[in-house]
Design a protein around this ligand. Sequence first.
Ligand code: DLL
Length: 441
Amino acid sequence: MSRADTFFYDRKAECMPRVELAALQLARLKTTVETAYARVPHVRAKFDAAKVKPEHLSSLDDIVRFPFAVKADLRDAYPFGLFAVPREQVVRLHASSGTTGKATVVGYTQGDVDNWSDLMARCIACAGARPGDILHNAYGYGLFTGGLGVHYGAERLGCSVVPVSGGMTERQVTLLQDLGAQVLCATPSYALNIAEVAAGMGVDVRKLPVRLGIFGAEPWSDAMRRDLQERLGIKAVDLYGLSEIIGPGVAVECDVAQDGLHGWEDHFLFEVIDPNTLEPVKDGEAGELVITTLTKQALPMVRYRSRDITRLERSPCACGRSHVRIMRVTGRDDDMMIIRGVNVYPSQVEALLIGFPGVAPHYQIELKREGSLDAMTLEIEMAAGAPADDASRASIARDVAHHIKSRIGVTCEVAVKMPGELPRSQGKAVRVKDLRGKPAP
Ligand code: DLL
């Protein structure tokens, strides 16, 4: 196959006319809803409580009659209670780390793994990788879906996969040099770590064969994209997914437009709701992304509330794919901080910090309670080589605090650290240290 032939991994599916896509969605939605109701007692109980039955679904719009699924459903049914197939038919299990509560477990039949591999191959090709490329996969392998999800898709596309996982960053740089990967897959914060370690080793990644970064699994700003493209000499595209739905592979940007992520509507139904009223928002407005799986066998999910804030864009994309675009996820509604009445996402702070003179693109936000008010301290780091005497640091702290106040409207204290002082990411970066404890009863 020539490179041009593989612009689409599955042209028929990726460019399906909208009318055909909607008919396919409705047929698959009916099967999903019927199967979940018939085979998962937890789902049946929720449908019954909402007084809705699978036969109430006669058009895609009827989806709004069905109850939402939330993370707590997975916890309540831990570990296998939401599976719609006998456990023996589940060939793969993944789990979330459980840092914010009990872990949640997700399962896949062989058919699910095959579909997932196809979807990821589609994503990797859409992002701009081609069969024959060497793909350095620095997403974590193991219970996290990133490593294996990308791995199976890349093999399916016909790439040579380097399954390096996260960590041992100097070795990653050496592998990039020695094996000559054209594609780098990692979280954006880990890609930044690789870039920095490479620079410290005297390696100019821009001179290496790597030309494409497929970054995701955490929110990142356009400013971060520009920074990574510049440091690594690559094109960087965004990859989105969540384990409860499938893992990576739900949506990806194309390298043609780099403007919103193609959400694969033949496998998923996307809605955006107002997280407060739970009503659908108007087309194009921002809200919480809700996803229904259309082809999952082991773990069908009806109206899963992702907590991710985004908006849908239905205008055609320059690449020719017909599927809806999910615009960059700015953050999760549970990551939103309310500082003295102002709503702030960490990614807004990131967008302001990157490119700020004398400041490195590393940051952490510390939240404390002062009396009855929340207070935010922003920890930033001097760029390597920038003047780091007390007066320069104090002046940077003042300038950054002023910039944030004037652009986001929030007052914060800025603590300026020396180069290398803030923790570096090995996977998903921890952006917020919440020291507020539980509110007093
Ligand atoms: O992070 C799956 C994944 C792996 C996606 C590799 C992309 C690449 P979870 O660990 O279940 O799954 O975390 C899912 O991470 O609800 C979002 O809040 C966040 N997230 C994932 N991708 C993006 C992205 C994987 N591109 C949660 N932009 C999701 C912003 C993202 N947030």
